[in-house]
Design a binder for this molecule. Sequence first.
Ligand code: ZN
Ligand code: ZN
Length: 263
Amino acid sequence: MQKLKKERIKILGAYGTRGINKGTSSILLNSKRVIDAGNLLEALREESVMIEEIWLTHSHLDHIVDIAYIIDNYFTKRIKSLKIMGLPQTLKALKEHFLNDAIWPDFSIIKMAIGDENVIEYIPIETGKKYKVSENESIEAFTSDHTVASCGYIYERNNSRILIGTDTYSLDNYIDILENNHDIKSCILECSFSNEMEILAKASKHLTPKLLFQQLQKLQRDDLLIYINHIKPIYEEKIIAQIEQYKGKWQVKIIKDGFFLTF
Ligand SMILES: [Zn+2]
Ligand SMILES: [Zn+2]
């Protein structure tokens, strides 16, 4: 039987790079939990103090940058350490190249203003393993195809699931999951560049409207709502026009900062 009440999540940042009034990848799952940290400070402001877990898709700047700023701005207000969840390679990159005392403080060895815990804690995760994160929620990572180690997530709440993709070139793994899990009725897929920029898309392992919808032809089903994110703001108009042109049978919604997605 079709569930009547739909679950929803909030997009804090929808774009593939920071533009004027355009935030980069972040999705608020609930008041304690986000996927990626591209746009937490501006979107959440003081509510960012409540965030306890950041589930990272990969180590690129547009997905991690606000880890630095939410800690700094609300340092004295935080009462729990911030758990940075991610693939081992992602966490290694953060430790070595970002929160390394050279670029920004190593908060994993700094105590919070209140209590005895360190400001952040790194927690490695595995793909293909379902993590129960609360009474009614779970999160499972799956491998994505990008220039660095990368994963998307299947987020489940009250038995409804959404596939939350990230930066990728190949959709093979995504298609396998969607074909084998017909209960997943919504997914977020990236589309970074316009069709003319296919060479750059391939080199940087991203998608264009043409590459995206060509690959989706492999899917046997069509009962899927496709949310599209990670558009480079400067080409937004062109990419949206090309998505319209190439989307075929698919029901597509382009997402923007502040949107709520139902699943
Ligand atoms: Zn990105
Ligand atoms: Zn990336």
